[in-house]
Ligand binder design. Structure first.
Ligand code: ADP
Length: 265
């Protein structure tokens, strides 16, 4: 537990300031994002919801320094890091595990790259694999695991990275509905026990509301922040919250915003 002062003024882990992105291909330009302001405070779970093509992955590439914004800046821990790479932990849409590395070797990868002692990294990873129900799979190869299990291993790799900010790009998009539900529950439990700063991208309104402290809604072309929703439900949370009337009305509000932004409102 932090003290009262920390709770009143939590540090900003990530700040996007007036970000815009225009892609140029040949003689054509495409304005993808405009005037994006977004904050993830320390130990907050923040989601970005938007239809496909609204620039969510582009936002991540800019945070990760893989592409530069056309305007605006990216701040981490109060420092302008626009264009700098290697400062965040990233979990991609598809698990991103190396097929030739064992599950254990995949999970320790981010720590290995950061120069942590191999023995310590492996010890922690073994402990965590047990905790997330992957004990006994340390030496298995990714293809020997189900989709949900691979996502858990991939999430663990991001969680054990020494980088504080975790960026999760639609991590459950490729899973079947039931596995997705299980993974959402799983993520809630793990995150509530080990709070990290998370920026989570999804096109599922329900998933965003279930998991997050705050939801940014991207809509329009170029996409802007059409709404910011503070999620009022306490923690620990479980899926029972999804039938709460306040949950349903927030879901409707976000849906209407997306619909208006698509020109179908
Ligand atoms: P989302 O993740 O929300 O589906 P993306 O960030 O992948 O959206 O893409 C947003 C828009 O930017 C799309 O129209 C896409 O075609 C375009 N785009 C993405 N990357 C590039 C690129 N490297 N060059 C040109 N256009 C791109």
């Amino acid at each position: 537990m932090g003290n009262a002062a920390e709770i009143e003024t939590p540090a900003n882990k990530l700040e996007l300031r007036s970000i815009a992105k225009t892609y140029r291909i040949g003689g054509q330009t495409a304005d993808v994002l405009h005037g994006i302001d977004l904050t993830v405070r320390d130990r907050e779970f923040v989601s970005v919801v938007g239809p496909s093509g609204s620039g969510k992955s582009t936002l991540f590439y800019m945070i990760g320094g893989l592409t530069e914004p056309s305007a605006g800046s990216v701040w981490l821990d109060g420092r302008d890091v626009t264009g700098e790479r290697g400062l965040i932990s990233y979990m991609p849409q598809h698990d991103g595990l190396f097929p030739w590395r064992s599950i254990l070797d995949n999970v320790v990868l981010s720590q290995e790259i950061a120069g942590r002692s191999k023995a310590a990294a492996r010890r922690d990873a073994r402990e965590w694999l047990q905790r997330v129900g992957l004990g006994g799979y340390e030496e298995a190869l990714p293809h020997q695991l189900s989709g949900g299990m691979r996502q858990r291993a991939s999430f663990l790799r991001a969680l054990l990275s020494p980088r504080d900010l975790m960026c999760l790009d639609e991590p459950f998009g490729a899973l079947d509905a039931l596995t997705r539900l299980e993974m959402q529950q799983w993520l809630l439990r793990i995150w509530e026990d080990n709070r990290r700063s998370v920026l989570f991208v999804t096109h599922s309104i329900e998933e965003a509301l279930l998991l997050s402290d705050r939801v940014y809604v991207l809509a329009g072309r170029p996409a802007t922040v059409a709404d910011v929703v503070d999620v009022p439900f306490g923690r620990p949370r479980d899926e029972a919250v999804t039938s709460d009337s306040a949950f349903l009305s927030l879901k409707k509000r976000i849906y209407e915003t997306l619909r208006a932004g698509s020109g179908r409102g």
